[in-house]
Ligand binder design. Sequence first.
Ligand SMILES: [Zn+2]
Length: 512
Amino acid sequence: MSSPSLKQPWLKPLLSVCILSLLAGLPAAQAKDAGSRNYQATRAYYTQLVSGDTPKLAELDLLMTMLPKGGDIHHHYTGALYAETYIDWLGAQGYCVYRDNDPAKKQQQFRVNTTPGGAGPDCLKADAIRADNQFYRQLLMRWSDKDFANHSHQQNPPDQQFFDTFGYFGPVSGFSTNQGLRILKQQAKAENLQYIETMLKGSPAVDNAALAAAIDALSPDASQAEVDAALTPFYDFLSRDAGTKKQVADYVAMIEGDAAGIDDADFTMRYQSYVVRLLPPAKVFSMLYTAFSSAQSSKLIVGVNIVGAENTIVSMRDYKLHMKMFHFLKQRFAQVHLDLHAGELAVGMVPPAGLQFHIRDAVETAGAERIGHGVDITHEADAVQLLAQLAARKIAVEINLSSNAFILGVEGAAHPVSVYLQHAVPIVISSDDAGVSRNQLSGEYVLFASRYRPSYDTLKSVAYNSIRYSFLSAADKAAQLRILDRRFARFEAEVAKLAKSQGWAVKAGARN
Ligand SMILES: [Zn+2]
């Protein structure tokens, strides 16, 4: 999704200042009228782009790049950076990448060797990779979803391709988190995004074999009382253990160090800690404890999440157990916000029974305030009742159209985003892993607008939801909403001007 508008951002200060000062110089009533006319003109212009047999994709691309998008609140830090950055970081760290498979030497093609002095004919440094165009292209295809769908080559299943990318770039991704955050901030500003809530780094695990045994022995169907009984001794240990306290303090200090200098007047970043659902139960629980504990102790860590492919044997087996662990900790850390990946599943990926309870358990057992993906909602038991509950409790669902299409094969009319809208469940549009998907948030909005053709008011409300349902403090949220108001006033003034230059004129008060 490249667009000339990225190179010449519409937010060029000069234009914006002119428009704002013009509005500012007007009496309040006149400024309000002008704002209202701009809104109407923008609504009419957008409506014609999504009307007719075929949405006007190129014009929508321009408009969605310009659109103030508020926040991106389903965002994985390592999956957001493009592979090209990781190749730069490979060079900065002096690592190399294996050229071919060689089982005898335990070498796997495209994997990183971090051994000092490991480079040679079998293992290429960054410069050698860039000098070999064919290998470079192949590497990008393995470290991201690039050319998966438009190029014939030997392929793994798409969900495996997607999740495997993290293993490929993983060894280099820790190079400079602050630099990575700056790259993401720059991209955010280029597409009129003011806030990111990113899953930055997994929280630390604590080992205690004696106390872990009872947790690892739990049946996946254990009752909440049985789970609580197994968790309590380990929880009591963790909450008193000096080593655990230090691990939490170090983790918080690391996140706060990574975040240094990122926030400014135009951009804010907040962080979620997370656990990986593929690990043994006691390890997951210890990570959950440190995740909750760090979120409670740092203003920058605003919530807890759970990540990893939801359809693996372990993820499916332990799902209910994980939700009960969340329930246990939520009783002890009531203020900590929960945003859980749930329902990132599709028909055929797992047996039908596996599609029937993940979202409900995330909400009713774990206490999730937001749901990541929620794609299998239509297969949940008593789905209509669950949808009503999500709407009534204002639990937002994070819609990630590119990654859902790639990993799950769910897209177009089959995606339940339309069902969520029909049932008044709040949704946000988010990117998930823009670097892996080789997309950007504006591109996700293009997919949303062109495929589902929401009204302008719905589109705008979805952008506002990304701040409304963020885990910012009440004061920070109010401040970000005021910033978004100003950005929309500028955007609508700019689009009204654009529409007029193209011969569009909307009568005051006209509706469409
Ligand atoms: Zn995700």
